[in-house]
Design a protein around this ligand. Sequence first.
Ligand SMILES: C[S@@+](CC[C@H](N)C(=O)[O-])C[C@H]1O[C@@H](n2cnc3c(N)ncnc32)[C@H](O)[C@@H]1O
Length: 408
Amino acid sequence: MVSLSRGSASAFQKKNQTDRDVKDRNRRQKNGPAATGAARAGDRVRPAAKAAAKPDAKGGPKHPGAAARSPAKPRSVAADTVRTRPQKVAEQPSEPQRPVRVHAGEKPAERVPVILETAGTDDYRLIDSGAGEKLEQYGPYRIVRPEAQALWPRSLPAHVWDRADAVFTGDTDEDGMGRWRFPGAALGETWPMRLLDTDFYGRFTAFRHVGVFPEQLAHWSWMKARIEASGRPLKVLNLFGYTGVASLVAAGAGAEVTHVDASKKAIGWARENQALGRGEKLPIRWICEDAMKFILREERRGSRYDIILADPPKFGRGPNGEVWQLFEGLPLMLDICREILSPKDAALVLTAYSIRASFYSIHELVRETMRGRGGLVESGELVIREGGLDGSVPGRALSTSLFSRWTS
Ligand SMILES: C[S@@+](CC[C@H](N)C(=O)[O-])C[C@H]1O[C@@H](n2cnc3c(N)ncnc32)[C@H](O)[C@@H]1O
């Protein structure tokens, strides 16, 4: 049993939520917080082309990286470091749901454990880790953040760590407040980055996240190769899509993408990422909606997808306060995904983080869910390998999340 923190594990207390629960639940989402009433269920966000032509009320991009493409002024992150207490939102059931079906037939073949490793690239690498922190390179910046999994000592000397451009400090309690500190010059909120031929903004968000989860590169490069090899425009559904990097990678490789996230803010960031890469014409539907509600509707409509990516948080909220709890919702979510996967040449990629579970939990669930559909289920962990200062010295592996991947 492991509890993997991708930056925000905290004790999850059931039912009877207290303010502390709400804070925990909202923490993942403010990096993309599920909107709390700002968006309506089923809202489609303006297509990016239109959005680019008509900046939103907030004035469009507010980051130094945008300067080359937009005259918008850098915005200090100082204001973001002071948080207001998250608002309580009345709990709402997600939608009239259906029971989870029990499937007959053989289980898919299996391959376990599979460790998918993200090594460094030009714009991202894990330089070092240890003593409860990690030192990473994100584009031009070296960033220090808490990392509960890094139980070992640091490899590199203190003066290397001390030269970081940004340090996230917070209570050792994962649930606690934190802030970004810039030991040298103050930095703007965002900066341009490029991974897998995709441009996007790194971003100092509240609660230690930086707008991208690099361990996902292992899934994204696998997906990109699959799309490119298919010879036709595959349909990709990106559930809990956050800042849209996976959606942009998929669309850039030739897929038609449907991106779903409950957070209007995260979708706004995703559209900024799309504009940064001049990808306005890429076929991406940006949908601000509760993921469960969306797939239930897609099932009723008979929609089909060739690849589904799902990276659900332990707890989340839809735009109308719909409650997502991984341990309660995952069996039905996967069962619906089964129904909306194409009958041939399909793939489902599930990631789970910040949960107390073994990869076997999701592995066996995916195998039961995909009974009778053949194929292979591979499950294990996503890890990032330390690379040293220039990425050339392989070091220790830092585990970030569990995954399970079914391919037909
Ligand atoms: C960790 S992020 C996913 C990261 C993404 N896979 C990536 O690597 O870029 C989790 C996302 O789930 C979204 N979310 C939370 N609850 C949701 C819900 N009920 N329906 C849809 N999205 C939700 C949050 O807004 C957040 O953007």
